[in-house]
Ligand binder design. Sequence first.
Ligand code: FES
Length: 122
Amino acid sequence: MTDVVVGKVSEFGDPGRKVVDVRGKEIGIFQLDKTFYAYHNSCPHMDGPVCQGIVLPLTTEDVDPETCKGLGRGFSKKHTNIVCPWHGMEFDIRTGEHPTDAQFRLRKIPVRVEKDLVYVTV
Ligand code: FES
């Protein structure tokens, strides 16, 4: 295992993302609320370039428990997802998990910050 610098903290937005090639492997590095997350850029569905998809808050819908009628849609304040550009599967950036199907999850890569530099361990 080797630590590789993938940029300065200041080069990432918050929320922000970079997709880099490290020794022939594409890695997506995300910053959310001053915390970094990194994943292989390979979707668990069909290997699409998941880390290059759009970043969105999880869409929610309130439902009346009596009638099961929808009361309107909104966006989660707790969950931010990456949406795979091939078929639209979504994954929580903080956990790498699909919102409803635990068999689908992104493969994590260790990431850390040291002296304003972002490192991944590959
Ligand atoms: S390859 Fe990502 S949703 Fe299909």
